[in-house]
Structures are given as structure tokens and as C-alpha cells.
Design a protein around this ligand. Sequence first.
Ligand code: EPZ
Length: 419
Amino acid sequence: MINGGRRLCGEVDISGAKNAAVAILPAALLTKGRCRIENVPDIKDVNHILEIMRQLGATYEKIDRNTIEIDGSGVKQWVAEYEIVKRMRASYYLVGALLGRFKKAKVAMPGGCNFGERPIDQHTKGFEALGAKVSLQQGMFDLEAEKLCGNAIYMDVVSVGATINIMIAAVLAEGLTVIENAAKEPHVVDVANFLNSMGANIKGAGTDVIRIMGVEELGSCTYALIPDQIEAGTFMMAAAASGGDVLVKNVIPKHLDAISAKLVEMGVEIEEYDDAIRVKRSGVLHKANVKTLPYPGFPTDLQPIVVTLLTTAEGTSMVNEGVWENRFQYVDELRRLGANISVSGRTAVIEGVSKLMGAYVKATDLRAGAAMIIAALMAEGTTRITNIQYIDRGYEHVEEKFGKLGADIKREKMEDEEC
Ligand code: EPZ
């Protein structure tokens, strides 16, 4: 429940990156040693992947809220059934990790947010190039290799998941693997740095070409995750949306360049520090056109949030979704709050309105859920958001963080809540 209209002011600490965590935790299974991972966000997706790893035989200890020590020495099996992976897209990283370690893996096809078709052909192509036989039987992704051998792999589309998955599998392959047209997202670099700290030999992560020289084994390490680019962008846009003044702390400002530039274009003031960004807005919001693209472009995961911000900007804005085929499902919810948006294919046209009005809305997925929070902060009156389990998948203690900035937000259990 959110009572809108409050300016957000103060400081917020950004948590570790979800999309790095969900790859790095399974990648820790590549070694029989212990990996201590710091700055792990306390979110449902992390707890879920840990539970899957526990069911595979790994043990873990939570040293504190954000530090986890993983011991993969007890993992003896390479099969993850549908029942345990169904809620989580990122469980596909188990394929790379189990294939790398055991040279075989059997993992059910993943679930996750629904943005239209979510193919895995680039993952398959990479694993096959490394020498694995891949088949899909009764919804299970089944892979087996006598041994994995390095190879040159040209990605037909820029895929974060496939780049990371191939990298994870290739670190223990024989010889050199070269991934061309690789994804360059900050969490791709983070996974490479983590693997290198276990003893892998990966060069070029963060560029279009990643070179992985296989090593015989990996060992224990201690590693701290990078801050979450998308959570940081969410709070930056929330500050702008509420006409507030917020210092977004524990960030890597370089990762936020595309977001800062767009906010400046909208008339928002941005001040950059070494590891923080101050976002302040006192004037009106200007219209803007946005196209989402792989990094370093504007992130698709902030698309629902930037659309929300533009609902009250002066003039007509256009947002084009360049990554997913169907990521405007939340627009109906914004319309309930009075937004004037039309969608045609991958483009949304947003006519700025003078204000949004509180209403009952639902989170249709993780980032759309965060967009509903921001819309509710902007709206006059009370907004009730249901299906907030989506938001809990990826945002750590969300109502605490917004509450500390002055938002009137509380979590309630509703009798009629949809599941
Ligand atoms: C990751 O998904 C993120 N998830 C997503 O964030 C994010 O939206 C996406 O990257 C793009 O940045 C995780 O990291 C867990 P992709 P991923 O493979 O890896 C096509 C969030 O909100 N494609 O980069 O699954 C695909 O259809 C989540 O935190 C193929 O054609 O995305 C899409 O159009 C939601 N074949 C494009 O590539 C493949 O084999 C990018 O997908 C793989 C992908």
C-alpha cells in the first residue's frame, strides 16, 4: 500500500547485483573448494538458487545477511528436476556449472519472467561447440561430453545468459575458447572476475571478444559482488519521479551512464561521486525517446520504469524495446492510474498527463512490479499493488529502503491476493 505524493529525500544503499549472484552462486559448484561470496543480495531468487544447490548436495553457511560460504564438495549429482527449477530462469546457469564439473548435466527447462519467446539456442550452440551432445527430452535439457574442448563460438545474438553459461562451462575445457559477439554487461565481467579469482584464465570480458584458456581445476576464493545496476537505476528514477533529492550509494557510476544521460535529458540534475550518484529534480520532467539495447545501451530491465517516469513528462515520448519481443504487458496497469500510453509492437508512445491517480494494480513481473511502486509514489492518493512476490525476487527489503527515503509504503497481507 503506497500513499503517493511524497518527495524521496536522503540516502539509499544499493545491494549486490542479482543477475551476477544468480550466476556466480552456481558457478561456485565448479570447485570442490569453498567460496565465500560477499555483498550477496538477500532476495528470493538468491534463496531459491541456494535451495537448488543444496538439493544437489552443496552446503552453504550464511555468515551474515549478505555473506555466504558455499561448499560444493558434496555435490555428486548433475540432475535438477523441473519441480526445483521451474520458478527461475537463471537456473540455466546450473547447466554450464554441472557440465563444466561433471561433463554431464540434466536440467529442466527454466521458468522466469514472461516477455514472449525466450529461446536457448545460443546456449545450446555454445555447449555443442565445446563438444557436448545436447538433447531436449521431456522438458529436460540433457547434455553429455566425453571431454570439453575449447572452440571458437560466434554468438548470433548478444545474449547475457549464453555468454555467461558458455564461459562457466569453458573454464575447465581443454584449450582455448573464444566467444565472439559476447554480451558486455557489468555482470558478465563480474562472473569472469569471480571465475578468475577461483583460478580460471579469462580475458576480454566486457568487450565483444572473450578468450578463455582452460585450466585443470579451480580452487577456493573470496569474492565480493558488484552493486546492482538495475536497482541503482530504479532508485535514481524513483528520485526523479518524486521530484526528490537522493544520494544513491554503493554504485559504480560508469555502469549507470546510459541512465544518467537520459535523466539529464529529462531535466534531472545528476552529480557523480566515486561510488555514489546524487539525483535531484526541482523542475518539470521533459519528454524523451528511449531505445533499450544490450550494455552499454539503456537497459531493458529499466524499460518499464522509464516508461512510468515519462507518464507525467511534458509532451510525447517514445520508448522502443530493443531486447525482448513482448515487454509492455504492464502498460494496462499504468493506464489504471491514468497514464496515456499506446503500444504498437515493440514501441510505446507516451503522452504526458498532468498527474497519476492511485488505484489497484498488480505487478506483472519483477521490473514491472518496481515500476508500479514508482507509479504509486507519483500518484495522488493510495495505490494497492498485488503480486509483490515478483518484486521480492529481485529487490532487497524494498519497502524498508523506500520507507527510509520518506515514502509512505507498507506491506499488507491481503485475503484476496492472487498467486
Ligand atoms: C538476462 O536474461 C537477465 N536475466 C534479464 O534480466 C535481462 O532482461 C536480460 O539478460 C537482457 O539484459 C538474468 O541475468 C538472470 P539474454 P537472459 O539471453 O540472459 C535472445 C531481470 O529483470 N536470445 O541476454 O535470459 C532473447 O530472446 C531479468 O532481472 C536468443 O535468441 O537474456 C532476447 O531477445 C529479466 N537465444 C535476447 O537474446 C538465446 O539462446 C537477450 O536475451 C538466448 C537469448
